[in-house]
Write a protein that binds this ligand. Sequence first.
Ligand code: ARG
Length: 403
Amino acid sequence: MAKRVVLAYSGGLDTSVAVAWLQEEMGLEVIAVAVDVGQEGAGSEMDAVRNRALAAGAVEAEVIDAKDEYAEDFLVPALKANAMYEGRYPLVSALSRPVIVKHLVDAARRHGADAVAHGCTGKGNDQVRFEVSTRALAPDLEVIAPARNWGLTRDESIRYAEVRGIPITATREKLYSIDDNLWGRAIECGEMEDPWREPPPGVWLLTKQTATEERDVEISFEAGVPVALNGEKVTLVDLINQLNGIVGSYGWGRIDMVENRRVGIKSRETYECPAALALILAHNDLESITLERDLAREKARLEPRYAELIYDGLWFSPLKRAYDAFIDDSQKFVTGDVRLHLSPGSCRVTGRRSPDALYDYELATYDAADTFRHADSEGFVRLWGLSVQTWAQRQGPGRGQDQ
Ligand code: ARG
């Protein structure tokens, strides 16, 4: 039986109740660890989060700023892979779990804990990501999921907190389940559980359309990594934050979909990810002029699988690692600029350039500068079609009328 546990703490109702529950029901010393991955209010509210954990009975509470690490080591690989689950979801929550787990495991080592805990329920993907990632990094640690066992309704959780004097800000009316970080925001539950109902306007925070004047944004990449915005070098975290602000103000970056969870449930999900979607759009486009044809096609074939691995909690896995080696190698020349044009409700690419472009004007042009060897095409096309021609003559439409 574990004695000390490191709990992934968010400061919300469930994880605050979990602090007390792990102590009372399981006799554990709880170390609460809140990881800042750029969620709303993080930074400014992190002191309050720490104090709340201590007030709930944690023996220690730590806040860890993991924003740069999250951006550089987790978002960058995903961007290089243009990772979108089921073709649409840029994996906002799925990407944050492995970095959180990495810090939980570090904290467990530092504090001599023998278990980690999370506040996920039994119906979602996040439990899968927390547990599989923990097993990958620290197979010796126990994983405890109190919210999966306690069977408390929301009202009961609030009562549980009130009786014990645990300071919470939650109200009995909880409309949505929200998870957010630098890469965007996921909004679930409430009336959106009916996939036919339009999400109410109140759920959107990052994509309220306020800008009316059309504008361009230029994103510069070096070896697949975004490094500058409108010609100015910025840190990755700043670049993502700025893009969320700019692109979001055009009301662009929303996703409304029904997705397949790992546990077999279809669920209606809404997301707003203006920066993530704009960056993937731009990165993907830059690849169109910098990746050789066969490499580009093979990479595109692997990308959906790569996204599934992340979604399914397999960030720390040998297959994901092998894919990373392939993808990293593919990015050597993905350097250059992409221009995005923004207008209300729209974001589209209007230009791309690269010092390493494979686009060759003299080969592509139809005007006088043309250097393409037209005569080479004759033999090439004849041989290209030879097999079909033979088939047509012997077995197909060219066989003659009599047979
Ligand atoms: N469906 C998304 C995913 O599995 C979002 C999960 C959001 N989590 C939450 N606690 N609201 O990645």
